[in-house]
Write a protein that binds this ligand. Structure first.
Ligand SMILES: [Zn+2]
Length: 235
């Protein structure tokens, strides 16, 4: 009977180990950590794209400013010729005046374009700053979760170590054949192969045995539940 009691002790240890292993791999922080990790990856991609957009807008604005400066220099030159008026025919003057007017129009258009680009650039910079702020918060979250998971795992692993040590002491106390049967049943019975029979009720499937069934069960070696076939430890 000692062997059966020890088997029940082993079952208790195995169940505790199973619960801890399950908790270890299903910590709520793990799902949150994975979500934060994915959010960071998405943010990194968005930040890269937003930075490229801002850079493109900066280049476009630089280009627009550069072209505007060229036009302004040209208009200045043409106006000076116009003011000097030396050696120009009436036709030349008309032509120059038209050209100056056209250049002024183009400069004005380019100014509008440059202003629009500055607006877009500011919007892009604001978007980038927003994404970077979100990234900092997400990274801090991820690091906090990482620390929490590490602390939980450390505690669980210490408890697992303690249970495994007790298991190593208990296993040799169980009859090897009984142990084989136990290991055979455990995987197919949700981890519970041995249960106590208390007041005629199986601790594994919680079904009751009649008095006659109980007598029949107690005669078996080892006793096994008629309903679920688990090993029963009778007291
Ligand atoms: Zn049962």
């Amino acid at each position: 009977m000692r062997s059966l009691e020890d088997l029940l002790e082993l079952q208790g240890l195995d169940s505790s180990i199973d619960r801890l292993l399950d908790r270890r791999s299903h910590l709520p922080q793990l799902a949150a950590f994975r979500a934060a990790h994915q959010r960071l990856e998405r943010l990194d991609a968005e930040i890269t794209a937003a930075a490229a957009t801002r850079r493109e807008l900066e280049l476009s604005e630089d280009r627009a400013e550069g072209e505007m400066k060229l036009d302004e220099a040209k208009v200045q030159r043409e106006e000076q010729r116009l003011f000097a008026g030396v050696g120009l025919t009436a036709k030349d003057l008309t032509h120059l005046r038209d050209e100056v007017a056209q250049l002024r129009e183009r400069i004005s258009r380019r100014e509008d374009e440059a202003l629009a680009l500055i607006d877009q650039q500011q919007a892009a910079a604001a978007r980038l700053a927003g994404l970077e702020a979100e990234r900092r918060v997400t990274l801090a979250d991820k690091e906090r979760l990482e620390a929490e998971i590490a602390a939980e795992w450390k505690a669980i692993d210490a408890e697992l170590g303690r249970l495994e040590a007790r298991k190593r002491e208990t296993v040799p106390l169980v009859d090897p054949e009984l142990l084989d049967l136990y290991e055979e049943i455990r995987p197919i019975k949700e981890g519970v192969a041995a249960a106590a029979l208390t007041d005629g009720t199986c601790g594994g499937c919680h079904l009751k045995l009649t008095a006659a069934e109980e007598i029949q069960v107690r005669r078996e070696h080892p006793p096994r539940c008629l309903h679920c076939r688990r090993i029963l430890v009778t007291r």
